[in-house]
Design a protein around this ligand. Structure first.
Ligand SMILES: [Zn+2]
Length: 221
């Protein structure tokens, strides 16, 4: 019988519900995927394109290979599938990818302003500052390339004029990453009204980055 990867697809569905409940997405914006490792190579379970979140069901979570060829389901995979796959290819530690258009993070993305390391958990969970990838059209290969470049070894990146991509070792972690990005963006925006945030001392960032790197299997710097 053909493998339907129902458990993995259910996990993606519950992540979709979580980011929708958290108010991180509106309409059908944003998308979620997780890596599926099989003896025949890696696949991804990913949300279908253009399905409003309030109508999302298990049938709207598809499985495709790294060439975005369908394996399970007959919807159209997310328009940002190329960016998701690029992150799985580049980062073996990444098991899940979540893309949102959350409000405050998007404000930094349109302003083209990276968010420096201002909160301890930002460094431990996200790996440090949140950089902004150079502009490229939605769904393009160029966007995928630039997003991967600006992400580097960290867990989150802003897409210029667009939104956020967060990655994690598993889906739960990737969801926590995009939630934290939005919170960091809110704090940074509010601090801006109070005269500007003060960055964490460099030695604290360096120490906390070691924790992040160890968790993600990068080894010491
Ligand atoms: Zn988007």
């Amino acid at each position: 019988m053909k493998q339907e990867f129902e458990d993995e697809r259910r996990e993606v569905l519950s992540a979709v519900e979580r980011i929708a409940d958290a108010g991180l997405v509106a309409g059908s914006s944003g998308n979620v995927s997780r890596r599926i490792t099989t003896p025949d190579g890696d696949l991804i379970a990913i949300t279908a394109s253009s399905v409003p979140y309030h109508r999302f069901t298990l049938a709207d979570v598809l499985v495709v290979d790294f060439d975005i060829e369908p394996v399970v389901g007959d919807g159209i995979p997310s328009s940002e599938s190329l960016t998701h796959v690029a992150m799985y290819r580049e980062r073996p530690d990444v098991g899940a990818v979540v893309h949102t258009h959350s409000l405050h993070a998007s404000a930094f993305a349109v302003a083209g302003k990276p968010i420096p390391a201002v909160l301890d958990e930002q460094v431990v969970i996200l790996g440090g500052a949140i950089e902004v990838a150079a502009y490229a059209s939605s769904a393009s290969e160029e966007l995928a390339r630039r997003a991967v470049e600006a992400l580097g070894e960290r867990a989150a990146v802003l897409l210029r004029q667009h939104g956020v991509v967060g990655v994690g070792r598993q889906l739960e972690e990737a969801v926590a990453v995009v939630e934290l990005v939005e919170r960091v963006a809110q704090v940074q925006a509010l601090a801006g009204m109070l005269g500007g945030a003060v960055e964490l001392p460099a030695e604290v960032v360096a120490r906390e980055r070691q924790v992040y790197r160890m968790l993600h299997g990068f080894g010491p710097e």
